[in-house]
Design a protein around this ligand. Structure first.
Ligand SMILES: CC(C)(COP(=O)(O)OP(=O)(O)OC[C@H]1O[C@@H](n2cnc3c(N)ncnc32)[C@H](O)[C@@H]1OP(=O)(O)O)[C@@H](O)C(=O)NCCC(=O)NCCS
Length: 301
């Protein structure tokens, strides 16, 4: 299919996901919305939702230069700043696509976009297409830290053991995720799909194991080898094990593993609004600092 100036094609599976990840990696900075690991996590953490997600890729000179992913009236996008017309093409496509993805209960038609304050190249197209900044509701912080010799050594509470997970650990790893993020749609099936996705690495998927052998806390880190950048997504602690320093310990263990694997920086994007402050406190206590935040845009139509 051809749009105004660029070829475009609908998402057709794993190779296209890899092309979307390659673009996100090529344009990545610590304040970017998308790290290669986010795409793997977001695409696979739930099973059977692909049909709810119209996704389009734009090709410029044989390489993917923009993509848009619509979900429930919301758009995720990456567009090469070197080709300013592309962001507008993604928004045109979204305007035509969004109504079909809006939740039945939503005001009609809903069109929202979330970008990072660091992605200034997207602002002009959003303005031109009639989107307005909204300061309502949750937002995320984009936080970064150097992984240098100053990274604290993890010290789990007595009786807990820090270790990377293997195939046999999937049931307890998923149980911990579901408890920490209750209610959650992550299942053993979806988690196995996450583990098959590039660039998942089992040596960067850590748990704090409780004395009874269950997973009490977890931290999954994704490594972007081209940018030497690790991303925490997600981390959590089972409610009955909270406030014992376990999230701190398991995140540090996973970050040390990422450093051994070559990462020089780490990023994470917790909520930044006052309604959900604890994760940002955790990451600040580890040494992360804010470098950007998410900005919500809404189409007034
Ligand atoms: C956020 C979460 C992982 C923290 O887990 P935890 O094991 O209780 O955290 P820790 O005990 O390691 O705490 C580390 C630091 O985080 C902060 N913190 C953790 N819980 C806090 C709370 N309830 N209130 C205030 N600060 C808190 C503190 O700075 C704490 O350091 P301190 O104990 O020296 O003051 C846990 O609450 C959770 O799983 N929440 C739901 C899932 C989630 O939101 N994950 C993060 C997504 S990015």
């Amino acid at each position: 299919m051809t749009s105004a100036r660029f070829d475009r094609r609908p998402y057709a599976g794993a190779e296209d996901l890899r092309a979307m990840q390659d673009l996100a990696g090529r344009l990545w900075s610590p304040g970017a919305t998308w790290h290669v690991g986010d795409l793997a996590w977001e695409r696979f953490q739930h099973t059977g939702r692909e049909h709810e997600w119209p996704t389009m890729l734009w090709d410029a000179g044989g390489a993917i230069a923009a993509w848009g992913w619509a979900d429930s009236g919301h758009l995720g996008l990456v567009a090469d700043p070197g080709r300013p017309a592309l962001a507008g093409e993604v928004l045109d496509w979204f305007a035509a696509t969004a109504p079909a993805t809006a939740p039945a209960t939503a005001p009609w038609p809903v069109r929202t976009v979330r970008v990072s304050s660091a992605e200034t190249h997207l602002f002009p197209a959003l303005d031109r297409h009639g989107y307005r900044r909204t300061d309502e509701g949750p937002f995320s912080l984009h936080m970064v830290m150097d992984l240098d010799d100053g990274l604290p050594v993890p010290s789990p509470a007595a009786g807990y053991r820090l270790r990377a997970v293997g195939d046999a650990d999937v049931p307890q790893r998923v149980a911990a995720h579901r408890a920490a993020f209750h209610p959650s749609r992550v299942t053993e099936e979806s988690y196995r799909a996450v583990r098959r996705a590039w660039p998942y690495r089992p040596d960067l998927d850590w748990v704090a194991e409780a004395p009874d052998g269950s997973a009490a806390a977890f931290c999954l880190v994704w490594l972007d080898e081209a940018n030497l950048a690790a991303r925490i997504e997600p981390a959590g602690t089972v409610p009955g094990h909270r406030r014992r320093g376990l999230a701190r310990a398991v995140c540090l263990a996973a970050l040390h593993a990422a450093r051994r694997a070559g990462a020089r920086r780490a990023v994470v994007s917790p909520r930044g609004d006052d309604a959900y402050p604890v994760p940002a406190r955790l990451y600040r206590s580890l040494g992360f600092r804010e470098c950007a935040r998410s900005l919500g845009y809404r189409h007034p139509a």
